[in-house]
Design a protein around this ligand. Sequence first.
Ligand code: HEC
Length: 258
Amino acid sequence: MKYTIMIAFFSMLLFADGETIYKNKCALCHAGFIPMGQLKENFIEYNNTKLNLKGPTLNQLSFRLKQKIGDPKGDQEIHEMEVVEFVKEYVYHPDEQKSVCMDEVIEVFETMPSLEGVISEDNLEEVATYIYHFDKVSLEKNSPYYVGFDKALKQAKNENKFIMIKATSEHCHFCKKMDREVFSEKEVLSMLDKNFISVEIDVYKEMLPLGLKSKVTPTYFFIDKHAEIVKTVPGSWDKSDFLEILNEVKNLEKGVLK
Ligand code: HEC
């Protein structure tokens, strides 16, 4: 028994996972998740004086690397290998010429110091894989809690809340932009959590409930607890405008058909 624990302990030391390696070797300069809207504001309007970051954040790195290296629409395993190879190369031989970050981001930083001799190739491979998946994983963690429509309707009745149905599709650019810049923001998440039940439907895979039709994605349908549509909002919005929409719906006493 003791022996097994010891083996487990030593193998943990030998095979540190990506997150642990990130914390030990990269977190000093690369912060974890910060919503994209705040990053944009920090770099574009404030020249990094608002957040005072020491390097691009991990979600920023993950997002840009996946967009700029290899073929993002091609085979996922091959793409992952391409990104991992790029990260390995960069960490040992940093060079801003090779950088994939936005100009506004790169301008505020010195070139990263080489970590040759500081991190082993195995650990680097592990942490690069962690970075590859970080964008998706962190976005899922920082997103509304979605349920199916039937459950949402029951819950809306029980908890006296409105339902927000988000009509999306897989390759919808503005849906993803909203996920990154609006639905990952704390204020939006807490507003949704307190007053709404969120439903997400990919309109190419599933029918919208109540006979709803969306001409564009994203479209946001707000439904009251009696299954009446109170507001339909098509298109992409920024955080403050979308919060205003949520506030307006939240303050409706009865269903006002629109
Ligand atoms: C001492 C601070 C520091 C440490 C430690 C550090 N980085 Fe960096 N890194 C930076 C800075 C600053 C930049 C932005 C400038 C640049 O691209 O060189 C950067 C950029 C990068 C880029 C390039 C992004 C692009 O623009 O293409 C990658 C990839 C990267 N870091 C990965 C890592 C990984 C993985 C680790 C940990 C094993 C790590 N960094 C540790 C400071 C650091």
